[in-house]
Design a protein around this ligand. Structure first.
Ligand SMILES: Nc1ncnc2c1ncn2[C@@H]1O[C@H](COP(=O)(O)OP(=O)(O)OP(=O)(O)O)[C@@H](O)[C@H]1O
Length: 381
């Protein structure tokens, strides 16, 4: 049981022994060595991660002295056992609440916003998530982009559906350790259009934040839809402590709408922590390394600086440019193949720029500067 205590459920990320997933362990003797049979219980029938659980249980037990063979039998929890698990995970709380909005929450929440679509917001989100995970942080991603919801594909789990234990949803684990839930996973069919009005979108966002068992995360990243619509308003209401990163391209027209996205965050009393300029330039493929690098400014220049300056002036605190990411073929390819560039080509300049932005975000302490505290003056008696 001690050895099995080192095996985590891949979705819940807690020891299977704590979750009531080990029904029994039988030890028989064969030629002076032990043959161990572990009867484990899956949360739901057809759990997509049963192979991972079998492999991890086998590895943990076979490593023990004197064990010759391990057999793993998988059963499924009864509804009472599932209710017990549900109770354990909810920590006795019956009430649905957003853990990240609680005053004592230690999870840093960053919403990745943009004015217009296609500027690379989702690519930035997944690469920041992976960089932070590589730095040892426990990271969750909420893909709230109702138009694109491209995050699962970029993380290599395009067709995954989350496991549900009663009314609790498990985020989908990825090979990089990042857990993800996407608005696309809440639709009955993948090709269905999200044609929802504000209240429905609000419910979907709340569901992704409160009905999903996120565990203890260090960082939660939200990929917002482009623009200043319903999801951004809901996010502001439900996660007032979230900090916002604005993604833009260098182009004037993109910068102008990005400023509006940043201003929207401030209207919702959220702090804008900085601007990421994506598709900043294309390193000229014909220039030799000894010469000064020639940069092709495919989308013009100055957008990131412009957004940073305007927002700094408007809010009265420093909104820096957190980094500039060049155009890079391997960034696009990494997104398409489910292996983001910080993992597939970490020494590429675009990957290094993304890693350094993640480091800057990671280094940020929690502060109250620039935040409205929502205090209401009371009259003196
Ligand atoms: N720096 C870059 N170099 C090369 N390709 C990039 C870069 N940034 C993003 N792309 C590519 O541009 C396309 C759009 O990027 P992405 O989906 O991340 O944008 P988005 O802002 O999230 O879009 P939407 O809001 O429409 O979902 C993708 O194919 C992505 O791979």
């Amino acid at each position: 049981m001690t050895a099995l205590g080192g095996v985590n459920d891949p979705e819940i990320k807690r020891p299977i022994t704590e979750l009531g997933m080990v029904e029994s362990v039988d030890i028989a003797e064969r030629d002076g060595a032990a043959v161990v049979t572990v009867n484990a219980l899956l949360t739901v029938a057809g759990c997509p991660l049963k192979d991972t659980i079998t492999r991890d249980v086998t590895a943990a037990v076979v490593a023990l002295d004197g064990v010759a063979d391990v057999r793993v039998n998988l059963g499924v929890m009864s509804s009472e056992q599932r209710s017990g698990l549900h109770e354990t995970l909810r920590g006795g709380q019956a009430q649905r609440e957003i853990q990240f909005a609680q005053p004592g929450s230690l999870t840093k929440v960053f919403a990745i916003a943009s004015g217009k679509g296609g500027v690379g917001k989702s690519s930035v989100t997944v690469n920041l998530a992976l960089s932070l995970a590589k730095a040892g942080r426990k990271v969750g991603v909420v893909d709230a982009d109702i138009y694109g919801h491209s995050v699962p594909a970029m993380l290599g789990v395009a067709d995954a559906r989350p496991t549900q234990v009663d009314d609790l949803i498990m985020p989908v684990p990825t090979s990089s350790g990042v857990s993800v839930i996407s608005i696309g996973m809440l639709k009955p069919r993948r090709d269905q259009v999200v044609a929802w009005r504000g209240p429905m979108l609000d419910r979907a966002l709340v569901q992704m934040l409160s009905d999903v068992y996120w565990g203890d995360l260090d960082v939660l990243l939200l990929d917002l839809p482009p623009g200043t619509g319903d999801v951004a308003i809901s996010m502001g209401q439900h996660l007032p402590g979230a900090e916002v990163v604005v993604v833009t391209t260098p182009q004037e027209a993109a910068a102008e709408v990005a400023e509006r996205a940043g201003t929207m965050a401030s209207m919702m009393h959220q702090r804008v922590v900085g601007v990421v300029e994506n598709m900043s330039y294309l390193p000229c493929p014909h220039c030799t390394p000894e010469g000064k690098e020639h940069r092709l400014e495919v989308f013009g220049s100055g957008g990131g600086d412009r957004v940073a300056q305007t927002l700094s002036q408007r809010f009265g605190y420093d909104v820096p440019v957190l980094g500039r990411i060049p155009l890079d073929l391997s960034l696009r390819e990494g997104g398409d193949s489910g292996k983001p560039i910080v993992e597939s080509n970490p020494t590429a300049p675009a990957a290094e720029a993304l890693t350094s932005i993640a480091d800057r975000l990671d280094g940020r302490g929690r502060g109250l500067a620039g935040l409205q505290l929502g205090l209401t003056p009371t009259s003196k008696f």
